[in-house]
Ligand binder design. Structure first.
Ligand SMILES: C[S@@+](CC[C@H](N)C(=O)[O-])C[C@H]1O[C@@H](n2cnc3c(N)ncnc32)[C@H](O)[C@@H]1O
Length: 259
């Protein structure tokens, strides 16, 4: 059944209908008695729950995004080094697991053109709303202009890319099963995770990423988590709580290069 979208600000009916059409949501007249729903207010779109939890929404203007924009460590921060932002090099990036867009926004704020692929209609709608708000803010509008949202399964989308549309880098940050350790501190993210589900097919996505990237594939993992299976890593960048695994692109057969 389509995911419910409750409109708490009647003035925004047109926008609610646009989001419902784009992401296959079902506009409801009242918030459901149980479970989860998306709620569109005058301020923003967020994921709400009958059980109650902190609001879950994507945001590129204030809060953590503003802090990372102002104090995040620029091109020296681990995610930037992992994708190869160095000197004048500003690779094009496909973020194939966009989620709430935090990593994509960091890369776009450092100058990368980023295509965000998100298969969950709920996460894609939250991203759509955050991008719309970011494009109305003078500071974030130029960054949002470098971000393109695509609602699709990334493994399929990457496999249909034309040769001249291949990105330099494909970035993956699949959802891994919750170990329970961080559950108490992050009730809101637990809610997001239970709506989105675990990404148990990430190995298949890695194969598609390695075939599509021109320069490298980067996979964000928990610091001590197992690497994704099926493709050998070419390197890794350890961090405090996360690790970035690096993969070389699949070599183009000489016949395809015209040799
Ligand atoms: C852990 S979250 C990513 C968080 C993100 N890096 C951020 O900074 O907010 C993983 C997301 O990837 C999405 N995802 C996983 N596999 C995908 C696929 N094959 N195609 C598109 N989206 C995918 C999930 O729906 C989920 O929203």
């Amino acid at each position: 059944m389509a995911f419910p979208l409750f409109l708490s600000d009647p003035e925004r009916r047109e926008r609610a209908e646009e989001l419902a059409r784009r992401y296959g949501l079902h506009v409801v007249a009242a918030p459901p008695d149980a479970g989860y729903w998306l709620e569109l207010s005058a301020a923003r779109l967020e994921l709400a729950a009958a059980a109650g939890h902190g609001a879950v929404f994507a945001d590129f203007v204030d809060g953590a995004a503003r802090h990372r924009r102002e104090f995040g460590g620029g091109r020296g921060q681990p995610v930037a080094r992992a994708v190869g932002l160095k000197g004048a090099a500003t690779p094009s990036v496909v973020d194939a697991t966009a989620g709430l867009g935090r990593d994509a926004f960091v890369l776009a704020s450092l100058g990368c053109a980023v295509t965000l692929i998100e298969r969950s209609p709920v996460a894609a709608a939250l991203l759509d709303d955050a991008l719309e708000r970011a494009s109305r803010d003078a500071t974030t509008a130029p960054i949002a202009a470098r971000m393109t949202l695509v609602h699709a399964d990334a493994a399929e989308w990457l496999s249909t890319l034309a040769e001249d549309a291949r990105p330099d880098v494909v970035y993956l940050d699949p959802m891994f099963p919750d170990t329970g350790k961080s559950a108490a501190a992050k009730k809101d993210m637990q809610a997001f995770q239970s709506v989105i589900g675990d990404d148990l097919d990430a190995d298949r996505l890695l194969v598609a990423a390695v075939a599509a990237a021109k320069k490298r594939v980067v996979v964000k993992r928990p610091r001590l988590g197992a690497p994704l299976a099926g493709v050998a890593r070419s390197g890794e960048l350890p961090g405090k709580s996360t690790r970035f695994d690096l993969y070389a692109p699949r070599p183009v057969p000489s016949a395809a290069k015209g040799l």
